[in-house]
Write a protein that binds this ligand. Structure first.
Ligand code: PEP
Ligand code: MG
Length: 844
C-alpha cells in the first residue's frame, strides 16, 4: 500500500492561500496573482516542492480528496511550477479524467470530433509520459473519431497488457508520479543546472480544472502577448485556434487565426470582438499589477474566456531594455528596478549583431569567446588577404594561429577573427574587443596550414580559404555557412536607460581608446574620458610602420632624429584629433610600451620587403631583427625600460602630446589637460628620470609657443613591485592606474599569451575558479591593488586611482574597485555601456 504524505499535501489557490514562489514555484504564485486580480482563472490547486519530492520518492498524496474539489466528474490538467521559469520543467498534461464514460458523454454533448480529440490527446500523453510507451505507436495516421480512439486504446492494451486506466484518481497519480520523476532525471537536472538552477532545485505542480477549448459554441485556445519579443515595442502578437487546446495555436501556426483585425488574415478580434476586448483589458491589468510584460494562455470555452496561465514574455536583450524603460516611464516600476532587471552582460547582445536565436547551428569548432557579436564571411588565412578582401567589400573572417601587431590592419579589415592559440587577454582578444570585431581565440582543436590555406578540425573536417563561415564571439563558436543575424540598435530606450544608470553610479567609467576612431566610438557610448590610450597602436598604419622601422634601424643619433621627426607630426595629429573628439573630457595617454621587435617582420618575405624599403642588404636587416629578439620579450626591454634606453621616443611622444594639447585648446574656453602615463614601472627611479625629461620637454614647448601647459603624470602599476612600492612611486606622479593584464601575468607568473592552452582544463579541475585574465583574482592580484592603493593614498591623499586592464569592464572588478575607493575604471569601448550599468547596479 502506498504511504500518504503527512504534511500539507496541496493547497487550493485562492486570493489568500499561503502560496509562495519558494515553495510552490513561479506558476502557482503567478496564478494566485491572476486570481487576486479577479481574472477568470479555472479552479487551481498547487502541490509544493516538498509534496512533489515525496511523490518522486513513492509517497502519493490523497488524490481522491484532491480531485473531489473538482466536482463529481473531474477533468484537469497538470503543469510544472519550478522556482524560476528559466529552469524548465516537464510539459503540461491535459484532459486527465477522460475515460470511456466521459468520452461517450462528450460525444453526445460536444460531438464525436471534439470528444475524440480530447480523449485521444490524453491517451497519447499518458501512454508516452506515464507509461513510457513509444510515441509512434499512438500516431492516429489517417484514422479519425471513434476509430482513432479505439486504435489508441488497442495499442495501449497490446503494449501494457492492461486496460487504459479509467479511474481519474489512478490517472492523476500516474501523471503526478511521472512528472515528479522526470524532474529528477539526470539529463533534466544537468540542463537546469546549466541554466543556473541549484542542485536541489524543487519542482511544484499545478492541477487545474480544464477549460475545454472544444465544443459546439465558439471554443478554442490561444496565446497573446502585448510586445514584439525581439524589439520590445508594443505590439499584439500571438495566435488563436478554434477547437484546440493548450499551445496548439502556436505549434500549428499555419492553421491558427491572428489576433488583431489589422493582421494579414482572419482574426480573433473579428470572430469574437467582446472576448478580444476582455483579453486586452486583462493584458493591461497584468502589466500594471504584475509589473512586467506577460504572455497569457487563454481558452474560450463555450463562448466564455478563461485565463489558464501567464508567464513573463521571453524576450531578447534589446526588448528587455525597451520594456523596462517603458514600464518605468509609465510608473509601473521605479527606475532603480528597471536598472536592476537587466543583467549587464545582456547589453552585449544589444551592442553587436547577434545570431538569430531561432536559427539552427552547425558548429565547426569551439574556442574562447573573446569579443562578442557575430559576423559572417569567407575564411582567409593572412592579414594581407583580409585587407585585399575588405578593399573589394568582401566580408571575411581572419584565421591565424595567433595574431601580432602586424595583423592589426588585417583584423580591422576582417569581420571576425579566429585564433588557434591565446586566451582572453591575448593580442587578438584585446585588439578585437577594442575594434568591436567578434573574436574567438584558443580554438585549440584547430590545426591551421597557413601555406596550403586550409584548417582542419579535430573531427577531420577541412575548410579552405573562401569557405563561408559565421563567427559567434558571444558563444565562442564558429558555424558553417552564413547564419541569419539581428542588427544592433542603440535606440532611444537604450540611451535613456544608460542615462538613468549614470545618475546613480558613483564610480567613473572611462574607455580604453587608441585611435580617433576609437575615441569617436567612446563618445557614442558616453565614456567620461579616455583611461588608456595605447599609443603604439597608432604606429601600425602603413606609412607609420615604415617610419617606425626606420627608427629601429637608425644607427646614428641623427638618423634616429630623422625618423622621429617623421613620427612626431603623425602622433601630434592623432592626439589633436583625439583631444578634440573628447571635447574637454580627460585623456590619459600611455607612452610607448611594447618591445621593438613587434614592429619587425616575422617571416622571410617580410624581411625581404623591409630590406627593399630601407634600401639595406637583407643580411643586415636580418641581423638587426635577430639582435632585437628576446627570450622573454614581455619581461624584457619594453615599457619604461625602452623609454630609458632610447629616451628620444618618449621625448618625441611628450612633445607630440603637449603640442597637440595646445593646438586643441586654441579657441576653446577650457585648456586641454593631458594625462601622461608611464608603463611597466617597477622602480621609483624610473619614474623620476622619465618625469624629469617630460618636464624638460614641457618647458621647451611652453617656451617655443609662449603658452602655459597644465598636465599630469601618472604611473601604470602593472608589476607587483610597483604595487608594493606605491608609496615611493606616488611622490613623482599624480595618478596610479592599475594595468591588471600585466599585473595578473606577473602575479601568477602566467603568460597572458599562452595561458589559453591550459586555462580551460585548469578551470575545469577547480585550480582556478575562473580565468584570472577574465575575472579579477580578488585574493592575489586584488590584494596588490588594495595594497598599492592604500600605500599610494597614504603619501598622496589626492592621488587618482583607476584600473585599465581588461578587467575594467567586468561587474565584479568594478565592485572591487569601488570598495577599494578607486576613482574610475577604464575598459574597451564596447564594454563601456555594460560598465555603466554594472556600476549603477552596484551603487543601488
Ligand atoms: C595591462 O597590462 O593591464 C594593460 C592595460 O596594458 P597592456 O594590456 O597594453 O599591456
Ligand atoms: Mg600592460
Amino acid at each position: 500500500m502506498q504511504k500518504l504524505v503527512t504534511f500539507k499535501e496541496y493547497t487550493a489557490v485562492t486570493p489568500t492561500a499561503p502560496i509562495s514562489r519558494n515553495q510552490h514555484g513561479f506558476r502557482a504564485k503567478c496564478l494566485q496573482r491572476l486570481i487576486r486580480m479577479g481574472l477568470p482563472v479555472p479552479r487551481t490547486v498547487a502541490l509544493s516542492f516538498e509534496t512533489v519530492q515525496a511523490i518522486a520518492g513513492g509517497r502519493m498524496p490523497d488524490v481522491a480528496r484532491l480531485l473531489a474539489g473538482f466536482g463529481a466528474a473531474p477533468l484537469v490538467s497538470v503543469r510544472s511550477s519550478s522556482q524560476d521559469p528559466a529552469w524548465g520543467g516537464p510539459n503540461a498534461v491535459l484532459n486527465i479524467g477522460m475515460n470511456d464514460a466521459r468520452y461517450a458523454e462528450f460525444c453526445e454533448t460536444l460531438g464525436e470530433t471534439a470528444a475524440s480529440a480530447l480523449y485521444l490527446r490524453f491517451i497519447q500523453t499518458y501512454a508516452v509520459r506515464a507509461a513510457h510507451l513509444d510515441a509512434a505507436l499512438f500516431d492516429p495516421g489517417e484514422e479519425e473519431g471513434h476509430a482513432a480512439v479505439a486504435a489508441a486504446l488497442r495499442a495501449y492494451e497490446a503494449e501494457t497488457e492492461s486496460h487504459f486506466p479509467q479511474d481519474p484518481e489512478e490517472q492523476l497519480a500516474g501523471v503526478l508520479r511521472s512528472m515528479a520523476r522526470a524532474w529528477q532525471s539526470t539529463s533534466t537536472r544537468l540542463l537546469r543546472q546549466a541554466r543556473g538552477a541549484p542542485a536541489d532545485a524543487g519542482l511544484g505542480l499545478v492541477v487545474q480544472e480544464m477549460a475545454l477549448g472544444v465544443g459546439a459554441v465558439e471554443s478554442g485556445a490561444g496565446i497573446i502577448q502585448f510586445i514584439d519579443p525581439v524589439s520590445g515595442k508594443p505590439q499584439i502578437t500571438g495566435r488563436y485556434m478554434s477547437q484546440s487546446q493548450g499551445r496548439d495555436a502556436v505549434t500549428q501556426r499555419e492553421r491558427a487565426l491572428f489576433l488583431t483585425r489589422d493582421s494579414r488574415g482572419a482574426s480573433l478580434e473579428e470572430l469574437c470582438p467582446d472576448l478580444f476586448d476582455e483579453l486586452i483589458a486583462h493584458g493591461e491589468a497584468c502589466r500594471s499589477r504584475l509589473r512586467d510584460e506577460m504572455q497569457l494562455e487563454f481558452t474560450i470555452a463555450a463562448g466564455r474566456l478563461a485565463i489558464i496561465d501567464a508567464v513573463i514574455v521571453p524576450r531578447s536583450a534589446r526588448a528587455s531594455v525597451q520594456v523596462v524603460v517603458a514600464l518605468a516611464q509609465d510608473d509601473v516600476i521605479t527606475r532603480s528596478e528597471a536598472l536592476l532587471r537587466v543583467p549587464p552582460r545582456a547589453l552585449n547582445e544589444v551592442l553587436h549583431p547577434q545570431i538569430d536565436p531561432a536559427t539552427p547551428r552547425t558548429r565547426i569548432v569551439r574556442g574562447i569567446a573573446a569579443s562578442p557579436g557575430a559576423a559572417a564571411g569567407k575564411l582567409v588565412f593572412s592579414s594581407t588577404v583580409a585587407q585585399a578582401m575588405a578593399a573589394q567589400d568582401e566580408p571575411c573572417i581572419l584565421v591565424k594561429r595567433e595574431t601580432s601587431p602586424e595583423d592589426v590592419r588585417g583584423m580591422h579589415a576582417a569581420r571576425g577573427v579566429l585564433t588557434e592559440r591565446g586566451g582572453i587577454t591575448s593580442h587578438a582578444a584585446v585588439i578585437a574587443r577594442g575594434l568591436g570585431v567578434p573574436c574567438v581565440v584558443g580554438a585549440s582543436e584547430l590545426s591551421i596550414d597557413k601555406k596550403a590555406r586550409v584548417m582542419r578540425t579535430a573531427s577531420g573536417q577541412v575548410l579552405r580559404e573562401g569557405d563561408l563561415v559565421t563567427i559567434d564571439g558571444t558563444s565562442g563558436e564558429i558555424l558553417a555557412g552564413v547564419v541569419p543575424m539581428l542588427e544592433p540598435a542603440l535606440d532611444e530606450a537604450f540611451e535613456t536607460f544608460l542615462g538613468w544608470a549614470d545618475e546613480v553610479r558613483d564610480i567613473g567609467i572611462r574607455v580604453n581608446a587608441d585611435t580617433p576612431e576609437d575615441a569617436q566610438l567612446a563618445s557614442r557610448f558616453a565614456a567620461e574620458g579616455i583611461g588608456l590610450c595605447r599609443t603604439e597602436h597608432m604606429f601600425f598604419a602603413e606609412d607609420r610602420l615604415t617610419a617606425m622601422r626606420e627608427l629601429i634601424f637608425a644607427d646614428l643619433p641623427e638618423d634616429r632624429a630623422d625618423a622621429l621627426a617623421q613620427l612626431l607630426p603623425m602622433q601630434r595629429a592623432d592626439f589633436t584629433q583625439i583631444f578634440r573628439i573628447m571635447a574637454g573630457k580627460p585623456v590619459c595617454i600611455r607612452l610607448f610600451d611594447p618591445p621593438l621587435h613587434e614592429f619587425l617582420p616575422h617571416d622571410r618575405q617580410g624581411t625581404l620587403d623591409l630590406a627593399e624599403a630601407l634600401n639595406r642588404p637583407f643580411s643586415d636587416v636580418q641581423r638587426r631583427i635577430d639582435s632585437l629578439r628576446e627570450y622573454n620579450p614581455m619581461l624584457g626591454m619594453r615599457g619604461v625600460r625602452l623609454g630609458l634606453t632610447v629616451p628620444e621616443i618618449y621625448d618625441m611622444q611628450a612633445r607630440a602630446i603637449f603640442e597637440a594639447a595646445l593646438d586643441a585648446s586654441a579657441g576653446g574656453d577650457k585648456p586641454v589637460v593631458p594625462e601622461i602615463m608611464i608603463p611597466l614601472v617597477s622602480a621609483c627611479r624610473e619614474v623620476e628620470i622619465v618625469t624629469t625629461r617630460i618636464e624638460a620637454v614641457a618647458h621647451a614647448v611652453q617656451a617655443e609657443r609662449g603658452e602655459t601647459l597644465t598636465y599630469r603624470i601618472g604611473v601604470m602599476v602593472e608589476t607587483p613591485r610597483a604595487a608594493l612600492r606605491a608609496a615611493d612611486i606616488v611622490r613623482f606622479c599624480h595618478f596610479l592606474s592599475f594595468g591588471t593584464n600585466d599585473l595578473t601575468q606577473m602575479t601568477y607568473g602566467l603568460s597572458r599569451d599562452d595561458a589559453g592552452r591550459f586555462m580551460a582544463s585548469y578551470v575545469r579541475q577547480g585550480v582556478f575558479p575562473e580565468d584570472p585574465f577574465h575575472t579579477l583574482d580578488r585574493e592575489g592580484v586584488g590584494e596588490l591593488l588594495v595594497l598599492g592603493a592604500e600605500r599610494g593614498r597614504k603619501v598622496r591623499p589626492d592621488v587618482v586611482l583607476s584600473i585599465c586592464g581588461e578587467h575594467g569592464g567586468n561587474s565584479e572588478s568594478i565592485a572591487f574597485c569601488r570598495d577599494a575607493g578607486f576613482d574610475y575604471v577604464s575598459c574597451s569601448p564596447y564594454r563601456v555601456p555594460l560598465a555603466r550599468l554594472a556600476a549603477a547596479q552596484i551603487a543601488l
